[in-house]
Design a binder for this molecule. Structure first.
Ligand code: NAP
Length: 282
């Protein structure tokens, strides 16, 4: 039986997804780049990518993209679950509709994509799944609670999945990038409702927006950030290795923050955070 190693990547309109599609196609992988808006990925055809429309919050869209790759290639050999964003804001202030959309995209979409590709991977006895978590899957910054919760969920799902599918020849890796310069920060800042001056979290949310922009663009931590190519390179390593690691930490910022968080008790961590975020109600 011919084994398909065709790669399907979600969220290729920008950032890490686009960089990964470009990199993998350039070194000879058969890549299916996908996005909600096909116009946004049209130029990737020149890189040799197959193009498909895929919205990870839409069952029919996910199904037809996977069906199409299976029709052309036999199976999805490699799934890169990249699509995602940060719904930032205080836990009390973010409307539940937006919280649900956050989980629909970052968690349920990712889980459903795994469910859809796994029968084909099991049939051919080979598959690779790479799930984009974050250093934020292991630690939490205030004002990012729902995003972090979604990435903590990605960590748990990936850990369970790794055990459950290894015997079928399917290997699962988690990517834990730190600060990566993409459209991510702008989307995160834009997702904050901007509670008006009367709201108890208005000043806090403003500070969260400011800290997010600064961390990526000009603050001291921006020097520890990386470009999307650094994650693409780690994804290539993960899918090329005979025995991939379960986790790939990418960028100095991720190593630094994960190290600090591991060492500090919760109360000390909170004290450190107070130097960057005004505490609401105080
Ligand atoms: P980005 O440039 O904003 O890219 C996010 C991608 O996700 C876009 O292509 C976006 O497509 C897509 N997307 C959003 N909702 C979608 C949906 N419902 N269906 C399909 N695609 C959807 O940000 P990025 O940094 O490359 O983010 C990629 C992944 O890396 C995310 O999972 C993010 O959480 C993770 N990550 C990022 C960082 C960082 O610092 N940048 C750090 C750790 C982890 P549209 O153009 O259609 O919106």
């Amino acid at each position: 039986m011919n084994v398909s190693k065709a790669v399907l990547i979600t969220g290729c309109s920008s950032g890490i997804g686009r960089a990964t599609a470009e990199r993998l196609a350039s070194v000879g992988w058969k890549v299916y780049a996908t996005a909600r808006d096909p116009e946004a990925i049209a130029s990737l055809e020149r890189n040799g990518c197959g193009l498909l429309t895929l919205d990870v919050t839409d069952e029919d869209s996910m199904r037809s993209a996977v069906d199409e790759v299976e029709r052309r290639e036999g199976a999805v050999g490699v799934l890169v679950n990249n699509a995602g964003y940060s719904q930032s804001g205080a836990i009390e202030a973010v409307p539940m509709e937006k919280v649900r959309r956050q989980f629909e995209t970052n968690v349920f979409g990712l889980a459903r994509m795994c469910q859809l590709v796994l029968p084909g991977m099991r049939r051919q006895g080979y598959g690779r799944i790479v799930n984009l978590s974050s250093m934020g899957g292991k630690l939490t910054f205030p004002g990012g609670g729902y995003y972090h919760a979604s990435k903590h969920a990605v960590e748990a799902i990936s850990d369970a999945l790794r055990f459950e599918v290894e015997g079928f020849g399917v290997k699962v890796s988690i990517l834990e990038p730190g600060l990566i310069r993409t459209g991510f920060a702008e989307t995160a800042v834009g997702s904050i409702d901007g509670s008006d001056g009367e709201e108890p979290y208005a000043g806090f949310e403003e500070a969260v927006a400011r800290a997010t922009a600064e961390n990526y663009e000009r603050g001291p931590f921006s020097r520890l950030s990386g470009g999307p190519e650094s994650v693409a390179e780690a994804i290539e390593r993960a899918i090329s290795a005979r025995n991939p690691r379960s986790r790939y930490v990418v960028t100095p910022s991720a190593h630094l923050f994960l190290g600090i968080r591991r060492l500090l008790p919760d109360r000390v961590w909170d004290t450190v955070l107070r130097s960057s975020y005004p505490q609401p109600g105080r």
